[in-house]
Design a protein around this ligand. Sequence first.
Ligand SMILES: [Fe+2]
Ligand SMILES: [Fe+2]
Length: 163
Amino acid sequence: MVIKTPNDLFIRLLSEINSAEKQITRALPKMARAADDPQLAEAFKEHLEETRGQVERIEQAVDTIPDIRVKRIKSYAMESLIEEGQELIEAGEKGPVLDAALIGAAQKVEHFEIAAYGTVISLAGQLGYTEAKNILAETLKEEKATDEKLTKLAKKDINQKAG
Ligand SMILES: [Fe+2]
Ligand SMILES: [Fe+2]
């Protein structure tokens, strides 16, 4: 697709996010199964539910803007992040070390999403897509909260090992 205007860029980046969210929806159940700490497994399951809602929110955001449609574009960044996580799962065994690896992999995903949503939200603002901007801001909040939750779980893990 041609990207010449801020609107083209908005569609392109939102389409990438759409692909990213769909990919992580398929990866999160595997991450939950690989987690040893029940709280970590639960956090992944909760975020899976949230992520399903985030995919719907993209649709809702698009519906508020006339004449735009999400394109079929693959997020290679998310594909790589998921692949790296998958390799960690295969290389490790269930326990605190793999949990730490899973937290790290998941936080890379959240940081990527935070950056990606930050950009589209700011573009939506510039383009006057206020409703879409507000809808996507809800998702950004969830990504940030998930990142913080993972940080807490990582600290808990370290504290347990110290004690
Ligand atoms: Fe997400
Ligand atoms: Fe997320």
